[in-house]
Ligand binder design. Structure first.
Ligand code: BGC
Length: 429
């Protein structure tokens, strides 16, 4: 499963123990235009500025994918929490290839020698969505490269296989060769601009089914919200294997009814990390307390379940494939992580106030999996969290509700667009 944390730390040239002491972060900069660290009255224990944790949407350029380091280094206590998007995309792709190999006898529904798939893209500018599109195309042999990177644009209609953003791939099973074609793909954006839109995906599969019919052998989706919408609309009845991402509880339950597989991005680890980093900064303890090293209550995360990149200022959870073979272990997507269930002592970790945003109140993953987990962890970590939800379209639906940053000890931010870090840091400055 990808690189272990230890290997990662070595590659990144971090200390053998991989412990990031608070001192190590001092002087990590801030870009020319970022406000000076600690320029606002810092909460006691949070030297270097109040904790600012971006999560789920990594501050980055939505066209090039380049990380927005000015935002990620806003102050010494700024971090990103997400998951290893490339490892997850590759896992999703591999899961589909494994499925094809195991079902070679029945996969090609019309027997034309072409395994046709359709792809629901969440948001063409979202780092996670891009990684999933790339991982699937790479594994299926349909990827086209430009400037050394796999093109992640939507192909639109590619019935004739002549698209410039994908090419026909080939898979051989037991001496039998199949062509693999991305018949169609599109971004799932609704008319008002919300992305990862499940209803749009349901409409898309209706259109695709009427144009391609039994040429569609597989459905690939960048998340379960869209995947389940297509499954319920068409693929369940037509018995066409459908793959998603997130391991939301409804998707995992649907595996028993023919949903082919999904990927867990380890949301319990992410939700814990989001709030735990805040806690550690506010308590003035080593940033990896209760993460890489056990805290006094016994909380700790196993080394293989996360990694930290000092360079990216980012903590990443590792992904796991979920198929018929192991679905029972993932039945409850909102179950807390096994070794992070102990309540912190209020004497050493007193109550603090956190402002936390969610880009879209209608997002399946954030609403049905991530937030319930955050709500479990905020209690364990003695944090009083105010949950602020946007409409998924305009950043101001969220930023308007951050009128008085001085009323909070810390901030956890999920942006509408990955480019918009400065809309928040300018308010926090
Ligand atoms: C999740 C999606 C979600 C998106 C929102 C992704 O990491 O997999 O389901 O819609 O984040 O930002």
């Amino acid at each position: 499963m990808g690189m272990s944390r230890r290997q990662f730390l070595q590659v990144c040239g971090l200390g053998a123990a991989g412990v990031i002491g608070a001192g190590a972060l001092v002087g990590c900069g801030g870009s020319g235009d970022a406000p000076a660290a600690g320029s606002s009255p810092a909460t006691e224990g949070s030297k270097g500025g109040k904790p600012v944790i971006f999560y789920n949407r990594q501050p980055s350029n939505s066209t090039t994918g380049e990380l927005d380091m000015a935002t990620l280094k806003f102050n010494e206590n700024t971090y990103y929490v997400g998951f290893d998007a490339d490892q997850g995309g590759e896992l999703e792709g591999q899961m589909i290839v494994d499925y094809i190999k195991a079902h070679a006898d029945e996969i090609d529904r019309n027997g034309d020698g072409v395994i046709g798939y359709v792809l629901a893209i969440g948001d063409v500018g979202h780092n996670d969505s891009i990684a999933r599109t790339r991982g699937c195309r790479k594994a299926l042999g349909t990827a086209v490269e430009k400037d050394g990177k796999i093109v992640s644009d939507a192909a639109g209609n590619n019935a004739d296989g002549k698209s410039e953003v994908v090419k026909d791939g080939e898979i051989e099973v037991d001496g039998k060769k199949f062509t693999v074609r991305e018949l169609a793909s599109q971004e799932m954006k609704n008319s008002t601009g919300a992305t990862w839109d499940a209803t749009t995906a349901g409409d898309a599969i209706t259109n695709w089914a009427s144009s391609f019919g039994d040429q569609i052998d597989i459905i690939v989706s960048n998340n379960d919200g869209m995947g389940m919408s297509m499954f319920n609309k068409w693929s369940k009845e037509n018995k066409v294997p459908t793959f998603g991402y997130d391991a939301n509880s409804d998707a995992v339950a649907a595996i028993a009814e023919g949903y082919a597989g999904t990927v867990s991005q380890n949301p319990a680890v992410q939700a814990y990390l989001t709030l735990r980093l805040i806690r550690n900064v506010l308590d003035g303890v080593d940033i990896e307390t209760g993460i890489g090293t056990k805290d006094d209550a016994g909380n700790v995360i196993a080394a293989e379940d996360f990694k930290y990149s000092e360079e990216d200022r980012s903590f990443y959870a590792m992904n796991l494939a979920v198929t018929a073979e192991n679905a029972d272990k993932f039945a409850d997507a909102t179950a807390v992580y096994e070794s992070t269930q102990s309540q912190l002592d209020e004497k050493t970790s007193p109550k603090k106030k956190v402002w936390l945003s969610i880009y879209n109140s209608g997002d399946n993953f954030l609403g049905s999996t991530y937030q319930p987990l955050l709500e479990k962890y905020d209690d364990l970590l003695n944090l009083e969290v105010e949950y602020v939800k946007g409409d998924g379209q305009s950043e101001s639906t969220i930023t308007n509700r951050l009128a008085d940053p001085s009323a909070y000890d810390a901030f956890a931010i999920n942006m509408v667009k990955t480019d918009n870090g400065a809309s928040y840091t300018s308010l926090l400055a």
